[in-house]
Design a protein around this ligand. Sequence first.
Ligand code: ADP
Length: 390
Amino acid sequence: MLRKDLTSLNTGPTFRIGVLGGGQLGRMMIQTAIDLDMRVEVMDPSHEAPCRSLTHRFIQGDLNDSDAVYDFGKDLDVITIEIEHVSVEGLRRLEASGVRVIPKPNHIALIQDKGLQKQFFAKHKIPTADFTLIDEGGCLTGMGFPVVQKLRVGGYDGKGVQILKSESDIDQKRFSEASVLEQAVDIDKELGVIVARNSAGATAIYPIVESIFDPNANLVSSLFAPAQIDDSLTQKAKDLALNVVEAMDFVGLMAVELFLSKTGDLFVNEIAPRTHNSGHHTIESNQTSQFAQHLRVVADLPLGNVSKLHEVAGMINLLGAADAFGAPVYERLQEAIDMSGVHPHLYGKSQVKPFRKMGHVTVTGSNHEEVHNKVLKLLEILSVTGTQEG
Ligand code: ADP
């Protein structure tokens, strides 16, 4: 229940939404919020956060500081996140004082720790790669290489993840850190499912996404939706994502990352309780984008229609070049802008760094081949260099 007696739409100056995190995800949320006259206020540690100049109120503060989170949110109607590394204690205090918190603090706590996430999957019989927890006495015995070591807390974008091919890859110092040891999956495809669930328990699932990784950056270089998998796998992937949000009684937008193994099995890799890089194309390609859907759940509105507006969508991330520093230079962007069905999004970051996410480009089209060819062309021509070289 919301605190105030509100009009039929939770919008306008009397309805205050706070977002923890002011990066590109928050920025795209604000772009959408403007359409419904939703007022978004933001806290982020960086004075250069991409949201700073777009928000009604910007507070520079430590997202992991319980007092800072509490002070930022105490007069708001609702608070949400665009990054999960935030003070759960601060959010619990806000909830106790009557602020609506989406997603729930307990869910953020679960997702902050990859070990707890894996235990949750195991408890609810959600298929996931076999694992053990080093800091809870787990060891390699019986696992067989390759094995993946993941820090339980604090990793993102592949940082904190290491593939151990043999005994000699074990770094004793890292091996002593609290981590998950996971059986490596022989991956055929990496898939993503974005699912929204509101406080009434209604759900909406976006078309499945297939991600292609850049082996150097270990970041998604391109993705396509719908994934090229058959109907029965599509249904299985959707059912799995639904199982996850229902088992949690989750309220919010959830990105469920899946591995499809070469033997045709699906495993949940991890989940993110927020808008996600694998849903950026929904801005152009679906009736309701992931950002609009997230805001609907936050403002307790009915879920939006997720039908496709285009048969196929593709997306590439614009990552900083391996030696790029200084102010960003978007090489050959004009050519991309001139292509039909191509929509660049720049995040307004003042400094480029190697592999930093500086923007993305969405491609929409009527068939997979057309979209795939445009994506390949964009990957070939676009790069983000900097005014200084490293
Ligand atoms: P992060 O949260 O930092 O993105 P992930 O858990 O998603 O970390 O892992 C990053 C990447 O590492 C995955 O997208 C996948 O390519 C690879 N990876 C992770 N776990 C496994 C696994 N069990 N088997 C094979 N590859 C894996």
